[in-house]
Write a protein that binds this ligand. Structure first.
Ligand code: LLP
Length: 407
């Protein structure tokens, strides 16, 4: 179960900054980061900034010792702005442009090649650098149980160098006369079990042994990210799964994104209209947030918990039917939460009419990060909570912001 949200702070934030609004609890995110650091003493925990690039969140995590995993030059710039030192920067990405590779090497980041072609570019670019940091992101060919869009470690996915091509990759690195800092892989995302990490650790240990035998002993092994939740039990299970194959935790890199921030964040949304469908035995509450603010339900069929933060008008729908929380976007699939009657008590649901503020949970990861301006939506403000206080981290987008790009 996700942790209980700080209801009064959320209600105040909605009143002060309006809705839709993203709220991220920095203390909760920092606690998850420390959970990782405790489970893997000495390891580099490189937070996958794609999950939530809020600037204050990033600054806080970096200040608490996190590294940052980036996949573009823009994410690299965000990480540097947040004060991440070079030795804690890790770059992945299946389609890094040559220019991005150059920038990352210049920044002193560990740059992981995801294909032999990219490795060629990486090695040529690295030739001009003093101490380039190079790694291989391998495709572990593991079918972890998750949504097909999130099965990044599957053999047929576009990510990583196939294990069968490892000898060829090692030959290229050796010929370039450059050391190999890391071998790694990302087994998939939203994983409910630590089980796939045992197989991952085994394959990476094997890959490291092959590299060592080829004269390129990797200093580090990168396990990627992927856990859905990183509570103490999940982290114990993860550490257990990895330990027998990779006993030296200080040698590891982990790249968690979602499990650091998902449960530390909420999307606050206000109910705007009620759309009864008595003939179908259902009703929609239409909110001021939709797929443009949280696309995960539509894209992955993801379910997010919901709670009532501020009651609104009494809901006048004939009893018994299903009540779905829909967004305002012109797409029939724009449904945020199905069957509210499963998450809210009858009394809460009755108070969820127009004006009510709802908090959609587990929205700290891949919520704001995946927001769009489709339908002329302006991206919401972002607020952070720290030591019991709320403050603005990113203001709401304006029409002028949108127009500022017009020629
Ligand atoms: N490292 C690499 C190389 C990755 O590709 C990813 C995520 C991560 C780390 C972080 O994984 P996490 O710990 O967050 O699972 N938009 C999707 C998630 C896509 C994740 C892709 N790669 C969603 O909303 O579920």
């Amino acid at each position: 179960m996700p942790p209980v949200h700080p209801g009064a702070l959320l209600a105040d934030a909605a009143a002060r900054w309006g809705t839709p609004l993203y709220v991220t609890d920095l203390d909760a995110a920092a606690a998850r980061l420390h959970g990782y650091a405790d489970a893997f003493p000495g390891a580099l925990i490189a937070y996958a900034v794609k999950a939530n690039p809020d600037p204050q969140l990033l600054r806080r995590l970096v200040a608490e010792g996190a590294g940052v995993e980036v996949v573009t030059a823009v994410e690299l710039a965000l990480a540097r702005r947040a004060g991440c030192p070079p030795e804690r920067l890790v770059m992945n990405g299946v389609g890094k442009r040559d220019e991005e590779i150059r920038l990352a090497l210049e920044a002193g980041a560990l740059v992981n090649a995801e294909s032999l072609h990219e490795l060629g570019v990486l090695l040529r670019t690295a030739a001009g650098h003093d101490a380039p940091r190079i790694g291989l992101r391998l495709n572990p060919a593991l079918d972890a149980e998750t949504h097909p869009h999130l099965a990044t470690g599957a053999g047929g996915s576009k990510f990583g160098i196939p294990l069968a091509q490892l000898p060829q990759a090692l030959r290229l690195v050796r010929e370039a006369g450059i050391g190999l800092e890391s071998v790694g892989a990302h087994v998939g995302s939203a994983l409910e079990s630590a089980e796939p990490y045992a197989a991952l650790a085994e394959r990476l240990a094997e890959a490291a042994a092959i590299a060592s035998a080829a004269g390129l002993p990797p200093a580090r092994i990168d396990l990627g990210g992927g856990l859905l939740v990183a509570d103490d039990a999940a982290l114990d299970a993860l550490a257990d799964a990895v330990r027998s194959h990779l006993p030296d935790a200080a040698r590891l890199i982990l790249e968690p994104g979602r499990s650091v921030v998902a449960d530390a964040g909420w999307l606050l949304t206000r109910v705007v209209r009620v759309q009864p469908r008595p003939a179908e035995g259902l009703a929609y509450l239409v909110a001021d947030a939709g797929m443009t603010e949280l696309i995960r339900p539509m894209l992955y069929g993801a379910t997010h918990p919901v709670s009532l933060v501020v009651p609104g008008a009494r809901l006048e729908v004939d009893g018994g039917g299903e009540v779905h929380l829909a967004g305002p976007i012109c797409e029939a699939g724009d449904i945020l939460v199905r069957c509210l009657e499963r998450s809210l008590t009858a009394e809460e649901l009755a108070g969820a009419g127009p004006g009510a503020v709802l908090a959609i949970g587990r929205a700290g990861a891949y919520g704001a990060a995946m927001a769009s301006v489709y339908n002329g939506r302006l991206r919401p403000a972002e607020v952070v909570l720290e030591a019991g206080e709320a403050r603005l981290s990113r203001r709401r987008e304006t029409l002028d912001d949108l127009l500022s790009r017009d020629a």
